[in-house]
Ligand binder design. Structure first.
Ligand code: HEM
Length: 308
């Protein structure tokens, strides 16, 4: 790659596809998928247990789900931090927007809440902890990193969506860490299955991972604007000459098709959850089967006999 102004730009298509952020994106997304699934399993387990249904199964679901969240949520924070440091190196204006950091000549505060004011290039209603963003990004409380004002307005992404989506993702990540650690503690103390104050919010938390994934994706894609390939190809220069009507028609078709597919999927999954774990698992046959597949054959015969 070529370094200009302290920023590493790719110089070949190979570098664009296998870019340096790939290991971070891959591991962050991989953990995100397991985390999201684990939370759904734990939430469904909590829902059953609160309703007094499938008690044994729900305890297994809770142990599995909470065990995974307790390990993966802190890991996601570590990977996310490394991901952010990599982004600071290759797409610094995205990090400036994520942190709503305007003035790169001063150490950056960790902005907990603000209303970024793009017209006046500052934050309104800001609540922040001094110098902590500098500590996170540069590992030095007085460290400097580029602010939004270091980039021409036409080279900045829209600040508000990136800033708020980042807070939604990290906020949910923090809640997941708390849920995992509190759950693991209750499990260790033998209190988990009776802690209704914990199980009730957990039973409602199933969408959290999906929302965090969408928010993260939003940060990544909106934060890269106005570039398609950072510093090299602008999105507007890459747009195909397709009429607005054609784009709108395709978009509407996508929305309709996906709405149908997702509604059916959600309906079907809810039916499965409502029905619960049914059907006896295959009973082990007497003694050890002589051939590995004989147990499976037996189960198949049993199923056919039952049908007949
Ligand atoms: C715990 C604190 C977290 C931190 C510090 C963090 C950090 C980051 C950063 C810096 C990015 C954007 C990087 C870039 O575009 O250059 C990102 C993207 C993303 N994050 Fe997080 N994250 C956290 C939690 C989560 C959680 C809990 C989930 C989902 C369960 C998640 C899912 C994602 C996804 C899907 C992306 C977009 C990945 C891509 O398109 O390459 N993050 N995260």
């Amino acid at each position: 790659h070529e370094v200009r102004d302290g920023i590493a730009y790719p110089v070949s298509w190979l570098e664009i596809i296998f870019n340096p952020s790939f290991p971070y994106r891959f591991s962050h997304m991989f953990t995100a998928a397991y985390l999201t699934t684990s939370l759904v399993v734990a939430a469904v387990g909590a829902r059953y247990l609160l309703a007094g249904r499938f008690v044994e199964e729900s305890k297994t679901m809770l142990r599995m789900g909470i065990g995974m969240v307790a390990v993966l949520a802190p890991l996601q924070l570590v990977i996310g931090d490394a991901h952010g440091l990599n982004t600071a190196k290759h797409q610094p204006v995205k990090v400036a927007a994520m942190e709503a950091h305007w003035d790169g000549s001063k150490p950056a505060d960790l902005v907990l809440f603000a209303w970024p004011n793009e017209a006046e290039e500052r934050n309104d209603y800001e609540i922040s902890i001094p110098n902590i963003a500098s500590l996170i990004i540069t590992h030095d409380v007085n460290g400097l990193f580029k602010g939004l004002k270091d980039f021409a307005p036409q080279d900045r992404p829209p600040v508000k969506p990136v800033f708020f989506a980042f807070r939604v993702m990290v906020g949910i990540g923090m809640l997941m860490i708390a849920a995992g650690l509190i759950g693991a503690f209750l499990w260790w103390r033998g209190l988990l299955f009776n802690a209704r104050w914990y199980l009730w919010p957990l039973s409602l938390a199933w969408p959290a991972g999906f929302i965090a994934i969408l928010a993260g994706w939003w940060v990544t894609e909106t934060g890269r604007q106005p570039w398609l390939v950072y510093g090299i190809l602008r999105t507007k220069d890459a747009a195909s000459p397709v009429s607005a009507e054609a784009v709108l028609t395709t978009l509407v078709a996508f929305v309709i098709v996906y709405s149908i597919v997702f509604s059916m999927g959600i309906y079907y999954i809810n039916r499965l959850i409502e029905k619960g774990p049914t059907g006896a698992s295959v009973k082990p046959s007497e003694g050890v089967p002589s051939r590995p597949l004989s147990a499976a054959e037996e189960a198949a015969h049993e199923a056919i006999d039952k049908k007949g």
